[in-house]
Design a protein around this ligand. Structure first.
Ligand code: ADP
Ligand code: MG
Length: 263
């Protein structure tokens, strides 16, 4: 069976893409799902977040772009049973220029994941996108069955969202007609802040039912966990941050179920 491939994208940096990729993937693996996380950001924060040092990464996701090695050979284990990762290396930094003239340059990751022997092992594949809407993000959107958008609960949360939605529409009309909107996750919510509620209301007005009921609160344990090379679920399972990602995973799985006819 083909896995569901989910691109975690937002062209703004620092909105919680990587944190959501790491912790949603971990929480799903904890429920018994087989999950692959692909780090497609040259900064490699998802790889660092699992304690994978730069000397341990091999050629990583760069080889998905070049096709120089079978995708299955790029996969590394994580501390989380059932969760594997294709890490990112700095080689990705020049991807926009390096692959600008490559034939089918938007389909490189898709092609790599279509190889027999890899994707079929997983129920879910998450792709952690870099900031921006360049070739790497485009490759993720082309390879994906859906896109999950983390939005930071701040005044400018929706700024630039029309650009992202336009890009998703363009990809749908040309390169990947099946691309769905998996949903929108509100991140770094500060409940003591009245503005956060107003932003949350705005986002729900814009995206309606596509917004997950579960919002991720701002939580110090989430900020600390990457420096310990662990998802927050392993670093401090009882923290409100970890529990929010557990709840998000449950809601995510619930939403995968087809709605019963006639209800
Ligand atoms: P992106 O991948 O979109 O650039 P990150 O997931 O790396 O964003 O998050 C940016 C920073 O904010 C990181 O230092 C991360 O640890 C921190 N962070 C993310 N989500 C939370 C949260 N819910 N509470 C506290 N800090 C967070
Ligand atoms: Mg990131």
């Amino acid at each position: 069976m083909q896995p569901k491939i989910i691109a975690i994208a937002n062209q703004k940096g620092g909105v919680g893409k990587t944190t959501t990729a790491i912790n949603l993937a971990t929480a799903l693996a904890a429920t018994g799902e087989r999950v692959l996380l692909i780090d497609l950001d040259p900064q490699g924060n998802a790889s660092t977040g699992f304690g994978i040092g730069t000397d341990e990464r091999g050629i990583g996701s760069y080889a998905l772009m070049t096709g120089e090695a079978p995708a299955a050979s790029l996969v590394l284990p994580t501390e989380v049973p059932g969760l594997l990762i294709i890490p990112a290396t700095e080689d990705l930094i020049g991807a926009d220029i390096e692959f600008a003239g490559a034939e089918g340059r938007e389909h490189l990751v898709q092609r790599a994941l279509d190889e027999p022997g890899l994707a079929g092992q997983f129920g879910y594949v998450f792709i952690d996108c870099p900031p921006g809407l360049g070739l790497l993000t485009l490759n993720a959107l082309v390879a994906a069955s859906s896109v999950l958008i983390p939005l930071q609960c701040e005044f400018f949360a929706l700024e630039g969202i029309s650009q992202l939605m336009r890009t998703i529409d363009l990809v749908r009309h040309s390169l990947n007609p099946g691309l769905a909107l998996e949903g929108v996750v509100l991140t770094m919510l500060d409940r003591r802040n009245n503005l956060a509620q107003a932003v949350s209301d705005d986002v729900r007005a814009y995206f309606g039912g596509r917004v997950f009921d579960t919002a991720i609160p701002r939580n110090i344990r989430i900020t600390e966990s990457p420096s310990h090379g662990k998802p927050v679920l392993l670093y401090d399972f009882r923290s409100v941050g970890a529990q929010a990602y557990v709840a998000l995973a449950a809601e995510f799985l619930q939403r995968q179920k087809p709605v019963e006819a006639g209800v």
